[in-house]
Write a protein that binds this ligand. Structure first.
Ligand SMILES: [Zn+2]
Length: 262
């Protein structure tokens, strides 16, 4: 069913670019229409009524008129502004990363209610001050579920045997998950996966985010699972997210002193 000539929808801004000195094109995620591109005419002019409210990291109510190339934004109202999310650079960089993953995952104009709800929840959690890394991993795991690409972490992807805690595991994203120690796996040996890493991957699939937030985890395990999921998501979406470079930059600690000679 074609959308009516004028319609109003909830929306979150995923990305934007300036089209001219006055106009800006926005990529929006909406629950019912999915991803769509819309033009905000005159938004860059100081007199614009749209200017301040058509921003990322907020749930908006947007009125649009159907246009030939892009639908045209006619009115914006801010529903929820996740203002605290912007206070912390890592949290803001994570929010951009999550938006980029949603953008990459969606085709234009296909309903996207689960993904919209997932992004909305992730922004609420970042806004509430939850550790950005935990929110990002939780989001990645649920995004993979939505894409039908849930990593296999209970059975070996080669022989289908249930993994046991006293064996060695390898993480093989191109095969869809974990390979056991008995299977040859791919020609070149892939990343080893620690038992703690395997347990944490299972936790992200099984626990709700409140329980995940309470987990006491070794930083090395969190880094391991971050790298593992990053690789997996990169393969499912067929390339790495551009926003990761920025996220890594804001997180990198100040230059470490040179190691003592020895
Ligand atoms: Zn196996």
């Amino acid at each position: 069913m074609p959308a009516p000539r004028r319609y109003t929808t909830e929306a979150i801004v995923l990305s934007r670019f300036d089209l001219s000195e006055a106009d800006r094109v926005l990529t929006l995620i909406t629950p019912q229409i999915g991803k769509l591109k819309a033009i905000a005419k005159g938004i860059r002019l100081p007199t614009s009524r749209l200017g301040g409210s058509l921003e990322p990291f907020a749930e908006l109510s947007v009125a649009l008129a159907r246009g030939r190339t892009f639908d045209v934004v006619t009115e914006v109202r801010v529903g929820h502004a996740w203002l605290h999310l912007r206070d912390d650079l890592e949290s803001a960089a994570t929010a951009w990363y999550l938006a980029e993953l949603a953008d990459r995952s969606l085709e234009e104009r296909h309903a996207a209610e689960p993904l919209y709800a997932l992004l909305r929840r992730a922004y609420e959690l970042l806004d509430a001050g939850m550790a950005p890394g935990r929110v990002a991993r939780w989001y990645e795991v649920h995004l993979l579920d939505e894409l039908g690409s849930r990593p296999e972490v209970d059975r070996c992807v080669e022989c289908d045997r249930v993994l046991e805690s006293n064996e060695r595991f390898r993480w093989v994203p191109p095969l869809g998950g974990v390979v056991c120690e008995r299977c040859p796996g791919p020609a070149h040996d892939r990343t080893g996966l620690s038992l703690e890493g395997l347990k944490l991957l299972k936790a992200y699939q099984r626990l709700d985010i409140e329980a995940i937030a309470e987990l006491r985890l070794a930083p090395a395990t969190e880094r391991e699972v971050e790298a593992d999921l990053r690789e997996f998501v990169g393969i499912v979406l067929e390339r790495d997210a551009r926003s990761l470079a920025f996220l890594d930059e804001v997180r990198s600690p100040p230059a470490a002193p040179a190691a003592a000679p020895g």
